[in-house]
Design a binder for this molecule. Structure first.
Ligand SMILES: [Zn+2]
Ligand SMILES: [Zn+2]
Length: 193
């Protein structure tokens, strides 16, 4: 076997054919540089960046180990100032993928024995879309902040407090409230008389 063979390859999606690696002895590895376009979350969530990272696939005597860290970013709204923000997400993959057809005989494998196992497709493809999708959904924050100390919005005018300190002198009060204030002043004058 040629041990200097380059075992790196690039993938532009989260589905890749692994039949070559499945034909190699246990312990063989393949490093995959992933750069896959955003997944469709059906409008519930928007992925702003490609899925990037490197995966190491290792042939085991049962199937493949999939190990690596993928990164992307999703769109979120700051829970204090309501600004749109880009939220970085990491998906840590550590999975064993088992064949659904026997690589030597071509016969289907009894998948019922391990119903929860990640399965390669009938065409010896590793499909990580669901794993990555689940990882992104799990990473979605409950109350994201644009920054740790986001001061939020002014309770009087709704302006971002981060845009600078500002106060509200009396002459800025809503004219409708101004009329009310005149009424209150007049009332107290009448009582003091
Ligand atoms: Zn904010
Ligand atoms: Zn204000």
């Amino acid at each position: 076997m040629n041990r200097t063979r380059d075992n790196r390859s690039a993938a532009e999606s989260l589905i890749f054919n692994v039949s070559g690696l499945l034909g190699e002895p246990a312990g063989s590895t393949r490093d995959l540089a992933i750069s896959a376009p955003p997944l469709d979350f059906g409008g519930d969530l928007v992925q702003l960046r490609d899925v990037e990272g490197t995966l190491r696939l290792t042939r085991t005597n049962r199937g493949l180990l999939v190990h690596g860290l993928l990164t992307t970013a999703i769109g979120q709204t700051c829970s204090r100032c309501l600004r749109d923000i880009e939220w970085p997400v990491e998906v840590d993959l550590d999975e064993e993928a088992l064949p659904s057809v026997d690589i030597a005989s071509g016969l289907p494998v009894d998948a019922d024995a391990e119903p929860d196992a990640l399965r390669l497709t009938d065409h010896h493809e590793l499909d990580l879309e669901e794993e990555v999708r689940d990882g992104i959904l799990l990473a979605e924050p409950i109350a994201p902040l644009c920054r740790e100390d986001c001061p939020g919005l002014c309770v009087v005018c709704g302006e971002e407090m981060a845009s600078g300190p500002h106060d509200h002198p009396d002459d800025e009060i809503d004219p409708r409230l101004e009329a009310l204030r005149g009424f209150v002043d007049g009332d107290s004058e009448a009582r003091n008389r």
